[in-house]
Design a protein around this ligand. Structure first.
Ligand SMILES: *[C@@H]1O[C@H](CO)[C@@H](O)[C@H](O)[C@H]1NC(C)=O
Ligand SMILES: *[C@@H]1O[C@H](CO)[C@@H](O)[C@H](O)[C@H]1NC(C)=O
Ligand SMILES: *[C@@H]1O[C@H](CO)[C@@H](O)[C@H](O)[C@H]1NC(C)=O
Ligand SMILES: *[C@@H]1O[C@H](CO)[C@@H](O)[C@H](O)[C@H]1NC(C)=O
Ligand SMILES: *[C@@H]1O[C@H](CO)[C@@H](O)[C@H](O)[C@H]1NC(C)=O
Ligand SMILES: *[C@@H]1O[C@H](CO)[C@@H](O)[C@H](O)[C@H]1NC(C)=O
Ligand SMILES: *[C@@H]1O[C@H](CO)[C@@H](O)[C@H](O)[C@H]1NC(C)=O
Ligand SMILES: *[C@@H]1O[C@H](CO)[C@@H](O)[C@H](O)[C@H]1NC(C)=O
Ligand SMILES: *[C@@H]1O[C@H](CO)[C@@H](O)[C@H](O)[C@H]1NC(C)=O
Ligand SMILES: *[C@@H]1O[C@H](CO)[C@@H](O)[C@H](O)[C@H]1NC(C)=O
Length: 704
């Protein structure tokens, strides 16, 4: 009940004596356009434990091409025989391609009637009445037809099937394509995809298969595209940036196993896959073209990481060995933004995109201060970064080079005094370079770091998230279970701090973004998902980031200080007719009481309107989170139109642990839809906050 009272008060907008009085000047702030783009929120994507394969990459078949690497042997994992068929891996004299030398032999053996195989997907498959587009390659003479079907793994139900006339011949590989449209929705995602044939039509009961692929409808209808529900959930953040391919994935575990963009080009049969760094073989299906299309389809700026000669085992290249990687980075840039008649630009054109993509940021390596410290870091400072920088600047003066360390790496800073822990060990970049800051923090630390960038050079915040609970032990105790409310509010305070300095901080990236609930090791991601789209879950942080990103600014506006327990920043958006925006977060009020806030924008007159969007957790437990298995949402979003009083001030209350945006553009589309006009009482959606028993929790991880 207490929380209900709180929420009603918050909606009341009657604050007699405002404890927090904000005056926003109408000019004199700093512009955010220094780097040519609007300040934005984005995310880091890398294929971290099935967030690409089996994640946003929509392919439904797991182990579709029997790919392997030194770390992961080739196998028929995830396939099951139908009707007694024998399934075995073959390396045929005539493989499907050099990239895909292994294939699967299906031997009818003693089976009678149709034989074949089924694939269980990535922990199941979502089966609905929609068009699935599939293909497979076969070798071996076969006079007859194949049957492709989507069926239950629990019952005998077949939800849809299609007959495909065989074109298969004895001595060559032939591709068979089909469209499969189930006649009913499956009740759950415990389904498989099956292919069968009649051994009587073959010469000896044996056929060889490879590259078995099945896609549901994809985001923006792209061939080889993205899973719609996940892409739409990311689009719902109103993002402006995509940083790819990593992250650790860029680096590889050892020298020579880094993500190689060239291996990801063209038809799937030319993509070898690679071992990645997250404990499983990857397909290369989500390649550089797919990343670029993703960015294009969502209107995102990109930050591309170039491999800079450091592996996660700490091994690094000598200056002599570095040159090919620098050339490779320049080729990658040419592939992305070179003219269609350049060497790599023409390759892009050949692959269907003659127009160059936009590319303003190239990052050199990833966290070069971490793996291989101190020698690897020394090599970055002494020659790896300088050599890349010089070559990049000479070829592309228009590109902003991003170094993979922040001004405070590797020693870090004291979160309160902002003193460097080890000033002798930091990098000195040329003036036009941006650093990259990766704060994975406790909520309190994110609040302390509000002013972290007030007196620093430019950075991207390439990875940030609240990951650990407030007890000062950070990594020793492991990550919390999911993004949680106090963590998300802590993020809001740091985000406001970055945005206040957006003349030097062009973008901030949540990382990592996706967690497959069947296979993960990093608990804190902005979305969680499984095969069943009903489990796709927007975390508490998703609501905070989405709210901030839906209210962009082109300039900051000066305001008075006096921060804590409310932290804020203000700005103006010239692209929305000079809309004025105030963003605030409330953290640690006295005795958990509400804070009365008044905001006065210089020049705003009595009667003028502004929308207030307020995010709260009415349940009141700071440790609450949105749980995919519970399908709950603990975040309440209320939007209402406020009217300026006779002094031009807007008044409202902020409960303990809340996030707010006030925007004079009353038409702006909020994440939750258009604002409600007038002073109507906000709806009290019932956010559940029951706690699941021990689901996915590290042992001994008690709640406060
Ligand atoms: C086929 O049947 C025979 C006799 O029952 C058995 O010995 C043989 O192992 C079977 N072959 C396969 C591949 O299952
Ligand atoms: C159905 O699939 C889910 C997700 O992989 C799994 O957790 C569950 O155990 C499966 N159910 C059965 C009855 O196999
Ligand atoms: C399908 O059933 C098999 C055998 O019971 C089981 O091993 C597998 O995990 C199931 N897969 C799914 C997606 O339910
Ligand atoms: C069946 O014939 C193919 C050639 O068409 C051959 O490669 C394969 O070894 C034969 N399989 C068996 C089980 O004899
Ligand atoms: C990926 O997830 C699996 C299953 O949870 C885990 O065993 C593996 O260690 C993870 N990979 C990494 C690199 O942590
Ligand atoms: C570093 O990588 C090189 C090249 O792959 C290899 O020869 C060398 O053994 C590696 N050194 C260490 C310490 O792993
Ligand atoms: C500080 O940096 C120096 C120079 O790299 C290094 O030798 C020293 O070990 C570092 N000290 C600490 C406490 O990390
Ligand atoms: C919030 O309050 C707690 C308890 O008084 C205190 O330990 C913590 O430092 C405060 N956090 C911030 C960011 O001020
Ligand atoms: C930009 O504005 C912020 C917040 O007012 C301030 O802290 C920062 O120093 C300003 N930056 C510059 C370069 O003036
Ligand atoms: C920190 O908090 C976690 C989660 O509540 C708990 O498991 C751990 O024991 C705490 N550590 C300390 C040193 O208090």
């Amino acid at each position: 009940m207490g929380s209900l009272t709180k929420a009603v008060l918050a909606a009341g907008c009657i604050a007699s004596a405002a404890a927090v009085n904000v005056q926003v000047k109408s000019s004199g702030g700093n512009s955010t356009s220094h780097y040519g783009v609007k300040y934005g929120y984005g995310f880091l994507h890398e294929d971290i434990n099935n967030s690409g394969d089996g994640g946003i990459y929509a392919e439904l078949i797991q182990n579709r091409a029997f790919q392997y690497s030194d770390a992961y042997p080739v196998s028929t994992d995830h396939y099951y025989p139908i009707n007694g068929a024998g399934l075995s891996i073959q390396f045929l004299g005539k493989p499907l391609s050099d990239a895909l030398p292994a294939s699967m032999r299906v031997n009818a053996a003693n089976g009678t009637g149709a034989v074949g195989f089924e694939n269980e997907g990535y922990w199941g498959m979502d089966v609905k009445q929609q068009k699935y587009t599939g293909s497979f390659w076969v070798k071996g003479a076969y006079d007859g037809s194949f049957t492709a079907s989507l069926k239950s793994n629990l019952t005998d139900d077949v939800f849809g099937s299609v007959e495909i006339e065989s074109k298969s011949v004895a001595n060559d590989w032939t591709e068979h394509e089909f469209v499969l449209e189930p006649t009913e929705d499956a009740p759950n995602s415990n389904n498989t995809f099956a292919v069968t044939f009649d051994p009587a039509g073959t010469s000896n009961g044996t056929l060889d298969f490879n590259l078995i692929s099945l896609f549901p409808p994809t985001y923006k209808d792209r061939k080889n595209g993205l899973r719609i529900d996940l892409a739409e959930a990311l689009e719902g953040l109103n993002p402006s940036f995509l940083r790819f391919p990593g992250g650790n994935m860029l680096e590889g575990l050892t020298l020579g196993t880094e993500w190689d963009w060239k291996d990801t080009l063209g038809p799937l049969k030319n993509r070898p896959g690679f071992q990645g760094v997250w404990g499983y073989q990857q397909t290369h299906g989500l390649g550089i073209v797919e990343y670029l299309e993703w960015a294009e389809d969502m209107g995102l700026e990109i930050v591309v990481g170039c491999y800079a000669g450091l592996a996660l085992d700490g091994n690094f290249t000598t200056p002599e060995e570095l040159k090919p990687f620098i050339d490779d980075c320049l080729n990658e840039i040419e592939f992305i933004k070179g003219p269609a008649d350049s060497e790599w630009g023409s390759r892009r054109a050949e692959l269907g995109h003659p127009e160059p993509y936009k590319l303003d940021y190239v990052e050199v390596g990833n966290e070069d201060w971490l793996a291989g410290y101190p020698a690897g870091w020394e090599s970055y400072k002494q020659y790896r970064f300088p050599m890349f920088y010089e070559a990049l600047k000479a070829a592309h003066p228009e590109i902003t080079v991003v170094g993979s360390a922040a001004s405070s790496d590797p020693g870090g800073i004291d979160p309160i005094t902002l003193e460097l822990n080890n000033a002798t060990d930091v990098v000195t970049y040329p003036e036009d370079v941006l650093g990259d800051y990766h704060p994975y923090r406790e909520p309190d630390e994110l609040v302390y770091e509000f002013d972290r960038f007030d007196n620093d050079y430019g950075h991207i915040i390439g990875e940030v998230a609240a990951t650990h609970v407030n007890n000062g032990t950070r990594w020793e105790d492991g990550l919390y279970y999911f993004p949680w409310w106090i963590g998300s509010v802590g993020e809001a305070v740091s985000l406001i701090g970055y945005e206040r300095n957006s003349d030097r901080i062009p973008g901030t990236f949540y990382a990592p973004v996706l967690r497959n609930m069947n296979r993960w090791q990093w608990a804190i991601t902005i979305l969680q998902f499984a095969a069943d789209p009903a489990l796709t879950t927007r975390s508490t942080s998703w609501y905070v980031w989405s709210l901030f990103a839906h209210h962009p600014i082109t300039h900051t506006l000066p305001t008075n200080g006096g921060y804590g327990p409310v932290w804020w920043g203000a700005g103006v958006d010239e692209d929305r007719n000079g809309a004025k925006v105030w963003k605030g977060a409330c953290y640690n009020t006295t005795d958990g009481a509400d804070e009365a806030v008044s905001v006065r924008f210089e020049g705003v007159k009595r009667g003028q309107k502004a929308t207030l969007t307020l995010l709260t957790n009415p349940g009141g437990d700071p440790y609450d989170y949105n749980d995919p298995l519970e399908g709950n949402n603990i975040v309440q979003s209320e939007t209402q139109v406020l009217i300026a009083d006779r002094k031009g001030s807007f008044h409202f209350n902020m409960p303990q642990l809340s996030v707010a945006v006030l925007d004079t553009d009353v038409e702006v589309e909020a994440p939750g839809g258009k604002p409600k006009p007038g002073h109507g009482k906000p709806g009290h959606g019932k956010p559940g906050h029951g706690k699941p028993p021990g689901y996915g929790k590290p042992p001994g991880y008690g709640r406060k």
